[in-house]
Design a protein around this ligand. Sequence first.
Ligand code: C5P
Length: 224
Amino acid sequence: MAKPMVVAIDGPGGAGKGTIARAVAERLGFHLLDSGAIYRLLALASLKQAIAADDQAALVALAVNLDIAFPTQGALAGEVLLDGEVVSAAIRTEACGQRASELAAHNQVRQALLERQRGFRQPPGLVADGRDMGTVVFADAPVKIFLTASVEERALRRHKQLMQQGVSASLHDLLQDMQARDKRDTQRAVAPLKPAEEAVTIDTTTMAIDTVIEKVMALARAGA
Ligand code: C5P
């Protein structure tokens, strides 16, 4: 039997992957994998259990047993759960993002999370958002997109998002954090952030969200 269709969307943080992936999944009636959330959940769990960012053995054990859930129905639909507790906001902090990026550089940690991510590939199809969806996790995905934007624009978007949430943050700090994370994600030895060979790159720096969604939808339809 043919494997369910996958639309792989990769790119740096703040490029709009989350928003675009959710909208496209909704329109196609596909499942959604926010793989960054899995790394963030592992980061949060490691902080809670005071596991050091370089303790690979403990991190692998934690990754294998990680009790996480992404309910799509009922009162908790759209929330992210760790050990049965809602942590949707807690995993979105910059500290959690930085820690996620540190843990994500360990090969064994990535291996431990591989099958968990592949498990999201269910009929009728999947939109998967991350850094290595098209290069590693779903290397056979028929549709691969690399979504990017200038680092300044990504920091601005993140700043705006935080302001809307009532969180004050310095644009300068956000820009520095983003540059640090970009550097770590693109230069790591294992599954570095880069476009898959067949990926279509979309630079969203000056594009409206709806235009990006339309473009991704057209690519998804063409690849189905
Ligand atoms: O996308 P998000 O900002 O939530 O991801 C947090 C971190 O998790 C990234 O900076 C990256 O280091 C890591 N990650 C990864 N591979 C993925 C998704 C996220 O290494 N597929």
